[in-house]
Design a protein around this ligand. Structure first.
Ligand code: MN
Length: 464
């Protein structure tokens, strides 16, 4: 596999920003990160309701389009890239698709120049965007004064099943003697999801209703879901697509990824159980999928690459089109992922959300490059802005399970074991008003920690 982005000057851990909060060791958004986002500037009356393209820095957001169109981006060869992107965006009605799509279609070299140019204007010493230089300009806004939107509006969404730990545990619930189906180690399993119900972090998730059938009942009934779950996932945003009929080689796969977001694939387990055979997930999945506001670029993630999943010798080698051909040592990404829950009672008592699980993206059986290559291997055309989600990220340890279906399972034939909250409340599945918060970060000695921000959603009661 060709590594599209190598570690370079933009990852220098000694770089500081004039945005002081970006220099806090605990921030998700140091100057080495610079994730893309889209936001509404609710504070500026003249641009009220005009969505903007931004880059998150510390507790602030750089209004990329405003800064570029004022000519405030560093004067060098990459000037025109930023200006083109900003003007392109401002001249189109659908800012999100057009701005991030524009950036996405850049050749990797141009995208790297753009990152370097934006880093330059945020670096300590270059304070031309600061309020003191341009009073009232609001080029760098406090994050709490903006509303973050979907960073992309995907036209297509695919969800995979790339954690062997998730697949094995869930399989064991239905087939204790034969948890993993024979195709799992050969072919990345996925299904086509629904793009229209992808929602921004913070959007309430209405409890779905649907058909369920109790084990001891003859007929199903139509009622609100009683086994509502989350799924902790990582999503890849497609940068440049491929022509219909033309596969993508695994060597080129990462050229097609702009960056990663957090994904919560909300799941109605009781609906799923009744409907999933013979064609797979449908209404149990397509009522809502939440994504986090920030696209952490593949370039920002370069220092956190790690080996692909260590396949035991007894496992089959990937077929040649899915083989990393000697570059397995950098095919994975070490991202620490966490799920937190806050019930209404916890919020009423001002308690912090409680962590339900913690795992790592490095435990995935299939790499992002393998998922993407497999997706296009039949000639299916991926498109700019598409979302490819990894599937539930679960590790080998019980407390690294990325959904309640696994966390509350205590083995075949045993009753489910509820999760206990600090209030004494218990959860087998989600109750109304529960809030789920996904978080993620990357750490490595010699580099600045970077994070993904949060992916939040609160359950709203079912509508009849
Ligand atoms: Mn899923």
């Amino acid at each position: 596999m060709k590594m599209m982005y190598e570690i370079n000057d933009t990852h220098d851990p000694n770089l500081k920003s004039w945005v002081e909060s970006a220099n806090d060791p605990a921030t998700d958004f140091p100057i080495q990160n610079l994730p893309w986002c889209a936001f509404l500037d609710a504070g500026a009356s003249q641009s009220f309701s005009t969505p903007r393209l931004g880059v998150r820095i510390g507790d602030r957001v750089l209004d990329v389009s405003a800064a570029a169109s004022r000519g405030l981006i560093a004067r060098d060869d990459s000037d025109h890239l930023v200006l083109d992107a900003a003007q392109h965006m401002l001249s189109h009605a659908d800012y999100r698709f057009d701005s991030i799509a524009y950036i996405s279609r850049m050749q990797p070299g141009a995208a790297a120049q753009l990152r370097a140019a934006i880093q330059r204007v945020l670096a300590a010493g270059f304070e031309n965007l600061s309020e003191s230089k341009f009073p009232g300009s609001r080029l760098v806004l406090p994050a709490e004064e903006v509303e973050f939107l979907l960073p992309v509006q995907p036209s297509n969404y695919t969800d995979f099943y790339a954690s062997i730990h998730h697949a094995t545990r869930v399989g064991a619930m239905f087939r204790p003697d034969n948890p993993l189906l024979p195709n799992y180690k050969w072919v990345p399993i996925g299904y086509h999801g629904r793009a229209s119900s992808i929602i921004a972090s913070g959007t309430p998730v209405t409890r779905p209703s649907g058909q369920t059938r109790a084990d001891d009942a003859e007929a199903p009934r139509f009622a609100p879901c009683r086994m509502l779950d989350y799924e902790l996932e990582v999503g890849a945003v497609i940068a440049r697509g491929n022509e219909l009929g033309s596969p993508i080689s695994i060597a080129d796969a990462e050229d097609h990824i702009l960056g990663l977001t957090l994904v919560n694939d909300w799941s109605a387990r009781d609906l799923q159980k009744w409907e999933y055979q013979p064609l797979g997930p449908f209404l149990a999945k397509n009522f809502a999928t939440t994504i986090s506001p920030f696209i952490v670029t593949m370039e920002a993630l370069a220092p956190f690459r790690c080996p692909a999943y260590p396949r035991p010798d007894a496992d089959p080698r990937p077929l040649p089109y899915l083989s990393h051909a000697g570059d397995e040592h950098l095919a994975g990404i070490d991202i620490t992922l966490e799920v937190h829950l806050a019930s209404a009672e916890m919020r009423r008592r001002s308690m912090h959300p409680v962590r339900l699980s913690r795992g790592s993206f490095k435990s995935m059986y299939w790499t992002l490059a393998q998922l993407l290559t497999h997706h296009a291997s039949n000639g299916c055309n991926l498109q700019t802005g598409d979302l490819l989600a990894s599937g539930t990220v679960s590790g080998p340890a019980p407390d690294s399970a990325g959904c309640l279906l696994e966390l509350t399972w205590d083995g075949p034939g045993k009753p489910r074991k509820p999760v206990e909250l600090p209030t004494g409340e218990k959860r087998l599945f989600l109750e109304d008003a529960d809030e789920i918060i996904l978080r993620a970060h990357c750490e490595r000695d010699g580099f600045r920690r970077i994070g993904f921000g949060e992916c939040r959603g609160t359950i709203a009661p079912a509508k009849s």
